[in-house]
Design a protein around this ligand. Structure first.
Ligand SMILES: [Fe+2]
Length: 355
């Protein structure tokens, strides 16, 4: 009996090995194959000619040059070569009667076997105005003192407020190596004087640590780029928006990841900032209430509410932070913690220990 069961074990082990060998290198090939049959002809009645004698039909619009300042308008008139002109004008706010332009078309016809085409027209409208200024409404509405911070763009800048040096970064501008924002941040961090401004705070739009499924990991490439600098410079807190919800992280960093070392999870780090996602000012899209489950260990507190927070900097070592849930006109303190300054007092805060 003992011998027989031994055989079973050996056989089972072999099968396991085979199984493993059979699956470990391969991805999954779906067994679904689309059925092969000719698709049905869509009846001609589904595409009626537009009403009116010789009305233009089969209108097609495509870009007319390399730069994107011309458009080619093509259309067919079935019975007569006219109309063969496109009339166009500039859309202006409040100005109904802008100067009108006309572009004449080249007209062709062709025959193919027993088919005779209608009159095919192609008109190119040129020298159109481009609208390609990014963040135009933001730039017009919000003025910031970026030149005073030696920045070349209002999308990233810094200010000193009382005992805090606050750096604002742009998640939607280039931040790769040697880009203007990258160069500016490198120089700006070198300028921070923790004696004059003990607290160092960074603002970004898309959070770097966010366990909400809404906008999950959208800040990841920026985190990879700048997180080592923030940890080296002992940034105290990073505030982000974008996710319409609230979340506070522990002091963690994830700067070891290099693809081959297998170290891809955030670890406890006394030099790292606390990441606060505070995109909870309210938004037409509604609340982001779909958190990942289970809650990752880097996430200290999260709540799908709208609200606001207050950061009270008491001195160069201690700041008291409270997040208030806004509900039915009530102001409820739902999350609070002491922050210890990373430069002057880098001890573990009582409420920020890893779970
Ligand atoms: Fe956003």
């Amino acid at each position: 009996m003992a011998h027989t069961s031994g055989m079973w074990v050996a056989t089972a082990f072999c099968l396991c090995l085979l199984n493993f060998a059979g699956t470990c290198n391969a991805g999954i090939t779906s067994k679904y194959v689309r059925k092969l049959y000719a698709s049905q002809e869509i009846p001609k009645e589904y595409f009626p000619s537009p009403p009116g004698f010789n009305a233009p039909e089969q209108v097609h619009i495509t870009q007319g040059d390399y730069e994107g300042r011309s458009m080619i308008i093509s259309w067919v008139t079935p019975l007569h070569p006219n109309p063969n002109v496109v009339t166009y004008w500039e859309a202006k706010n409040g100005h109904k009667h802008s100067h009108k332009h006309r572009a004449h078309a080249k007209t062709t016809t062709y025959r193919y076997y027993n088919y005779t085409s209608g009159f095919i027209h192609h008109a190119t409208i040129r020298r159109l105005k481009e609208e390609n200024t990014p963040f135009k409404p933001y730039m017009h509405r919000y003025h910031v003192p970026y030149k005073a911070a030696k920045s070349t763009s209002p999308l990233w800048y810094s200010i000193k407020r009382a005992s805090a040096h606050i750096i604002v970064l742009s998640s939607y501008s280039a931040y790769g190596k040697y880009t203007p924002q990258y160069n500016w941040l490198q120089q700006e961090l070198a300028k921070v004087n923790r004696s004059l401004t003990p607290w160092l705070i960074v603002l970004v739009h898309s959070p770097w640590y966010n366990s909400n499924n809404y906008h999950y990991m959208e800040g990841e490439s920026m985190r990879v780029m700048f997180e080592p600098w923030l940890v080296q410079n002992k940034v105290d807190i990073v505030f982000a928006g974008h996710v319409h919800s609230y979340e506070r992280s522990h002091r963690i960093s994830n700067v070891q990841y290099n693809i081959t070392n297998g170290l891809s999870a955030p670890v406890k780090d006394a030099s790292a900032p606390v990441y606060i996602t505070i995109g909870d000012g309210g938004n037409i899209e509604g609340i982001a209430n779909n958190f990942s489950d289970p809650q990752p260990s880097y996430s200290a507190f999260r709540e799908a509410s709208f609200g606001h927070a207050m950061l009270e900097i008491k001195n160069r070592t201690h700041a008291y932070y409270t997040w208030h849930r806004n509900q039915d006109g009530e102001r409820t303190a739902a999350d609070s913690t002491w922050f210890y300054n990373r430069y002057w007092y880098p001890h573990e805060e009582p409420t920020s220990s890893m779970v």
